[in-house]
Design a protein around this ligand. Structure first.
Ligand code: NCD
Ligand code: ZN
Length: 345
C-alpha cells in the first residue's frame, strides 16, 4: 500500500504545556488531529473548571489562524486529595471538561499535587460516577519499594482493580498502558474501562533506553518495558477491540531538561504522531486496523461524534528534523535525524 486515507484521528492523551512552549508544540498536533484530551499537569495544575476554561481559551488563541476552527481541545481537571464533589458538577455542566485525571502524587512530571491516598477521593469519584464524568488514570504506584518496571502491575492490583469494584459504573481510561498485565486487565474488565496506547510504546522496548549508552530521549513514564509487553500492546492496538485507542502522551521537555543528570520523563511525538502509529501498524501487518484505533474507538468511548473529514498518509520517505524551536530552547523529537516512511499529506 502506497497511500492510506482514514477519518481524521483524535489524540486522547496530550501534553501541550502553556505559554510560548504551547505555541511551539500545538501546531504539530493540530495539523493532524481534530481533537485532543489535554493533560492538566501544568504548574500549578488545572484543578478547577474555571482554570480549565481559561487554559482552553489560551490554547484556542495559540492556534495558528489556518487551524483556528479545526482543532478542539478537550479539557481535563487534575484530581487532588481535596477536589470537592461540587467541582465535578461544575466540570460536567461546563460541557468542555471531559475527564478528571488521577496522578498518584509523585508518579511523574508535575504530579506533586496529585492524590496521596485514593480513599480521600471517594466522595468525588462517587460524584463522577453519578454524573458520568470519566476518570483518567496514570496507572503507576509510587511506593519506592516497587521496582520501576513493576509499578503498573502493582497499580492494577492495589488500586485499579479495587476501584472498578467499588465504582462499577465509573468510566475509566487507563492511560498509556505499557504491560501485558494492563492489556489483560482492560480486556477482562467491564466496558466501563478502556485504555490508550502511545506510539512509542508500540515501536520501542526498554532496550532503546540503553542502546550503546544512556538515551534520555527514550525516557518516559511509564517507562518502556520488555519486548513481550510491546508485543501485547501491538496485539491489543491492532485487534479491533474498541477498548483500545490512540493517545500519544506526547510530552515535550527542552533538550537541556532531557540531557541532564536528572533528566525529565517524556517523549515528544506530536511532530509525526499518526505517521509513527502507521509505522507500528504496518510492521504488525495491520494497517487496515489503524482507522478504528485512531479515529473511532476513542470518540465512541468519550461519547463524542466521530470526525467527518479525512487525512491521507503517503509512502514518502522523509527525515525527522534534528530539533524544533521550543521557546528559545531546543526540543528533540522522537527519531530525530531518522527516516520515516509515511508522510501526512
Ligand atoms: C509526562 C509529562 O512530561 O508531562 N511525562 C511522561 O513521561 N509521559 C507526564 C505523564 O504523562 O506521565
Ligand atoms: Zn502523559
Amino acid at each position: 500500500m502506497d497511500s492510506i486515507t482514514i477519518t481524521r484521528p483524535d489524540d486522547w492523551h496530550l501534553h501541550v504545556r502553556d505559554g510560548e512552549q504551547m505555541h511551539a508544540v500545538l501546531p504539530h498536533s493540530a495539523k493532524q488531529f481534530a481533537r485532543a484530551i489535554i493533560m492538566p499537569n501544568l504548574k500549578p495544575p488545572v484543578v478547577t473548571t474555571d482554570t480549565a476554561l481559561a487554559y482552553r481559551a489560551r490554547i484556542l488563541a495559540a492556534l495558528p489562524a489556518t487551524l483556528q476552527s479545526g482543532f478542539e481541545p478537550l479539557m481535563t481537571l487534575y484530581l487532588t486529595d481535596n477536589t470537592p464533589p461540587a467541582e465535578v458538577i461544575r466540570a460536567k455542566a461546563s460541557g468542555v471538561v471531559h475527564g478528571v485525571k488521577l496522578y498518584p502524587a509523585g508518579a511523574t512530571t508535575n504530579s506533586d499535587a496529585g492524590v496521596t491516598d485514593i480513599t480521600k477521593c471517594y466522595a468525588t469519584l462517587d460524584a463522577m460516577e453519578q454524573n458520568d464524568l470519566p476518570l483518567l488514570v496514570h496507572g503507576e504506584v509510587t511506593d519506592p519499594d516497587v521496582d520501576v518496571f513493576d509499578k503498573e502491575k502493582a497499580f492494577i492490583d492495589r488500586i485499579l482493580a479495587p476501584l472498578t469494584q467499588r465504582f462499577p459504573n465509573l468510566r475509566i481510561v487507563f492511560e498509556h498502558v505499557t504491560t501485558r498485565d494492563a492489556v489483560a486487565f482492560v480486556k477482562q474488565t467491564s466496558n466501563a474501562i478502556a485504555a490508550t496506547i502511545t506510539a512509542h510504546h508500540l515501536l520501542l522496548n526498554r532496550n532503546a533506553i540503553f542502546q550503546g549508552g544512556i538515551r534520555p530521549h527514550y525516557f518516559c513514564l511509564p517507562i518502556l518495558k520488555r519486548e513481550t509487553h510491546r508485543q501485547a500492546l501491538l496485539e491489543a492496538a491492532t485487534s479491533g477491540n474498541p477498548k483500545f485507542f490512540l493517545g500519544t502522551d506526547s510530552a515535550p521537555h527542552s533538550q537541556a531538561n532531557k540531557e541532564n543528570a536528572c533528566g525529565c520523563a517524556g517523549i515528544f511525538t506530536a511532530h509525526a504522531a499518526i505517521e509513527l502509529y502507521a509505522t507500528a501498524f504496518e510492521q504488525a501487518g495491520a494497517l487496515e486496523k489503524l482507522e478504528a484505533f485512531a479515529s473511532f474507538h476513542g470518540a465512541d468511548f468519550y461519547q463524542l461524534p466521530r470526525n467527518k473529514d479525512v487525512i491521507t498518509l503517503k509512502k514518502d520517505r522523509w527525515i525527522v528534523p534534528e530539533y524544533f524551536e521550543f521557546a528559545g530552547e531546543k526540543l528533540i523529537p522522537l527519531y530525530a535525524n531518522t527516516g520515516l516512511t509515511w508522510r501526512l499529506t
